[in-house]
Write a protein that binds this ligand. Structure first.
Ligand SMILES: Nc1ccn([C@@H]2O[C@@H]3COP(=O)(O)O[C@H]3[C@H]2O)c(=O)n1
Ligand SMILES: [Zn+2]
Ligand SMILES: [Zn+2]
Length: 245
């Protein structure tokens, strides 16, 4: 069964013309929000949607463009929609998300004292596939991003690789395509400068043509249009467009 994936934002962390790189993945009956950055509430609003359209949220790593909208999501779920949705997150990130990111804004004596007061927390072990819905199955793949910081890319339904923010790892991409049946790669893409914590366009251009032909670029800067047609055949994913994956 095909899924529909819609990026509510395709921008890099500090992009101003694109929202944060967050996605809605749906099987028709169930909608998973992949990352929930600072701009997620407005990005959804611009698409005529709200957090009420979301059935579960999955977090790849703790940076504001991926978790900064969780405070609003949690408050809206608790006090407006009165629902506790599932929060899928690597087991290594559960404590850090609450203690280092959300507690300051969400804590309320006797009412909200831990992540479990807001979400049905589902800690995920890496390299193990989990059924998120009847038709969505996700495996976390640890990928390098910031030294000492855990970050996880996604392998969805044994066919789509969705990169978290990650440094170039051609061996992983090659292995997924050649040995695990990966048919589509959605990759973060830093258009200019050295890729210290991200993968650069120059690096992705070095991939074999067979891999580039199934690779789509996201998490890009405001000057993306300057690079259209100069990406070795890799297409930019468009914010708001619905893709069959
Ligand atoms: N060592 C670092 C750490 C962070 N950064 C920038 O901060 C952003 C945080 O969100 P991101 O999407 O991971 O992108 C990071 C870099 O732009 C960076 O450029 N170098
Ligand atoms: Zn990011
Ligand atoms: Zn990041």
């Amino acid at each position: 069964m095909n899924l529909e994936l819609q990026m509510i934002g395709t921008g890099s962390a500090f992009a101003k013309t694109y929202f944060n790189n967050n996605a809605l993945l749906t099987d028709g009956a169930f909608t998973l929000l992949i990352d929930c950055g600072v701009t997620a509430p407005l990005a959804l609003h611009r698409l005529g949607k709200s957090f009420d359209d979301v059935d579960a949220v999955l977090i790849t790593h703790i940076h504001a463009d991926h978790v900064g909208g969780l405070e609003e999501l949690a408050f809206k779920m608790k006090f407006t929609y009165k629902r506790k949705i599932k929060l899928y997150i690597a087991e290594t990130l559960v404590t850090a998300l609450w203690e280092h990111s959300l507690r300051g804004g969400l804590y309320q004596e006797g009412e909200i004292t831990c992540l479990e007061d807001l979400f049905e927390v589902c800690p995920l072990a890496p390299e193990q596939a989990y059924d998120i819905s009847g038709h969505i199955r996700v495996e976390l793949i640890p990928t390098r991003h910031i030294p000492g910081k855990n970050s996880y890319s996604l392998f969805i339904n044994e066919r789509l690789f969705y990169s978290a923010d990650m440094v170039y790892d051609p061996g992983l991409l090659q292995q997924l395509v050649e040995r695990r049946g990966c048919r589509m790669i959605m990759h973060d893409c830093q258009l200019e400068g050295p890729g210290e914590v991200h993968t650069t366009l120059d690096e992705l251009m070095r991939l074999p043509e067979q891999i580039r032909s199934i690779t789509y670029l996201m998490h890009y800067a405001d000057n993306k249009d300057d690079f259209v047609g100069k990406t070795g055949g890799m297409a930019f994913i468009e914010q708001g467009r619905i893709y069959s994956v």
